[in-house]
Design a protein around this ligand. Structure first.
Ligand code: PEP
Ligand code: MN
Length: 338
C-alpha cells in the first residue's frame, strides 16, 4: 500500500511511520517529494494493516495496491475457475444454463419443468425448497420434501440441482440432495453460513446482496474459498436503486468488472434482476454479450399460478426461445452454452 504523509511532515514523523510500517511486518520504501513524502509499504498483508496505518495522525491517505480479497483475486490465480457438476459447466469457454421454477411446488411441476428446460438446453435445474420470503405469511417452501423432488428430477433428467440453503444448520441436509448450494442475496453477509458451505465440497452459487458493493461481494466469496472450497460462482441478481420500472436494477457492467478482479465464474440472474418476464430474454442475451459465464432463469409451466415470482417466470416455450437466442450470441462471442 502507499502511505501519503500529511504536508509538512517532519523527519521525526516520517521515521515514526517507517517504524510503524515495519512493526506491522511490511518493508518501508520512502519517496521524498517536493510537497510531500510518500512511503510504499511492501508485503502481502491484508489483515487490517491499512486501518492501523490510517489511524495514525500524520497520515493523510492510504492507497491499497492489492485487493482486500486474496484467494478470489486474479492476483493469485490468473486462470479462470471452471465450475463443473454433471453436465453443467460455467467458466472458461462455457456458459452454464440453470433454469427452473422459483419454488418447488409439486412432483408434477418440478419433474415436468426439468424435462422441458433440459430439452431447451439447460444443464442445471433450479428450484427453492427453503424459500427466503419477505413476508412470513408467504409460501416458505416444501423443505425436505422439496429437496427429495429435486433429487428425483435429477435422477430422471441428469440435470444438476441448484437449491438454496438458508442457515448453517441446514447445510448438511441440503448438501445431501443438492449439487450446487445457493446462497441467497439476503444471506450474502451471513458469515457463519458462508463458512459452513465453505466446509463442504459442493459447488456454491453466491448471490450478490442487493446493497452490497463489489468488494463486499468478493470478500463474501473469500469466506467460502478460505475454508478450502474452490467451486464458487458469483451471481449478479440486481441491486436496489431509486428506479422502479424494474424490480431491481441489473448492472451488467458487473460482468467485465468482476472478470478484471477475479477468476471465479460470473452468473447473471435476469429474472430477479428485472422482475418481469418480457425483460428476461433481452437481458440474458445482453449478459452473454457482456461475457457472463452462466445464467439462472426462472421457468414455470404456468406462471400465473406460481407460488412465488410468477411475474418474472418464463414459460418453457419462451425459455426455449431464450436459449436459442443466447446460443447465437454465445457463438459470436466464441463461447458455448452448457
Ligand atoms: C431465488 O433465487 O429465488 C431468490 C430468492 O433469489 P435472491 O436471493 O437473489 O432474491
Ligand atoms: Mn425467485
Amino acid at each position: 500500500m502507499i502511505v501519503v504523509m500529511k504536508p509538512q511532515s517532519t523527519e521525526e514523523m516520517i521515521q515514526h511511520m517507517i517504524h510503524r510500517v515495519e512493526e506491522l511486518g511490511l518493508k518501508a520504501h520512502v519517496i521524498v517529494g517536493t510537497e510531500r513524502t510518500v512511503i510504499a509499504a511492501i508485503g502481502d498483508k491484508r489483515n487490517g494493516e491499512q486501518e492501523a496505518i490510517e489511524a495514525c495522525e500524520d497520515v493523510e491517505q492510504v492507497l491499497p495496491i492489492l485487493a482486500p480479497y486474496k484467494i478470489a483475486s486474479l492476483e493469485t490465480r490468473s486462470e479462470p475457475t471452471v465450475v463443473e457438476v454433471l453436465d453443467f459447466a460455467a467458466g472458461g469457454p462455457n456458459i452454464g444454463m440453470i433454469a427452473g421454477p422459483c419454488s418447488v411446488e409439486s412432483e408434477e411441476q418440478i419433474i415436468g419443468t426439468a424435462h422441458q428446460v433440459k430439452a431447451a438446453g439447460a444443464t442445471a435445474l433450479r428450484g427453492g425448497a427453503f424459500k427466503p420470503r419477505t413476508s412470513p405469511y408467504s409460501f416458505q417452501g416444501m423443505k425436505e420434501e422439496g429437496l427429495k423432488l429435486l433429487a428425483a428430477a435429477r435422477d430422471e433428467t441428469g440435470l444438476a440441482v441448484v437449491t438454496e440453503v438458508m442457515a448453517p444448520d441446514q447445510v448438511d441436509l441440503v448438501a445431501q440432495y443438492a449439487d450446487v448450494l445457493q446462497i441467497g442475496a439476503r444471506n450474502m453477509q451471513n458469515y457463519n453460513l458462508l463458512q459452513a458451505v465453505g466446509e463442504t465440497r459442493k459447488a456454491v452459487l453466491l448471490k450478490r446482496g442487493p446493497a452490497a458493493t463489489m468488494d463486499e461481494f468478493l470478500l463474501a466469496a473469500e469466506y467460502i474459498l478460505d475454508q478450502g472450497n474452490s467451486q464458487v460462482m458469483l451471481c449478479e441478481r440486481g441491486i436496489r436503486t431509486f428506479e422502479a420500472h424494474t424490480r431491481f436494477t441489473l448492472p451488467l457492467a458487473s460482468v467485465p468488472y468482476l472478470h478484471e478482479k477475479t477468476h471465479l465464474p460470473v452468473i447473471i440472474d435476469p429474472s430477479h434482476g428485472t422482475g418481469y418476464a418480457n425483460l428476461v430474454t433481452p437481458m440474458a442475451a445482453a449478459a452473454v454479450a457482456a461475457g457472463c459465464d452462466g445464467m439462472i432463469i426462472e421457468v414455470h409451466p404456468d406462471p400465473a399460478h406460481a407460488f412465488s415470482d410468477g411475474p418474472q417466470s418464463l414459460t418453457p416455450e419462451v425459455f426455449a426461445g431464450l436459449t436459442a437466442q443466447c446460443r447465437k450470441v454465445a457463438a459470436a462471442m466464441g463461447r458455448q452454452l452448457h
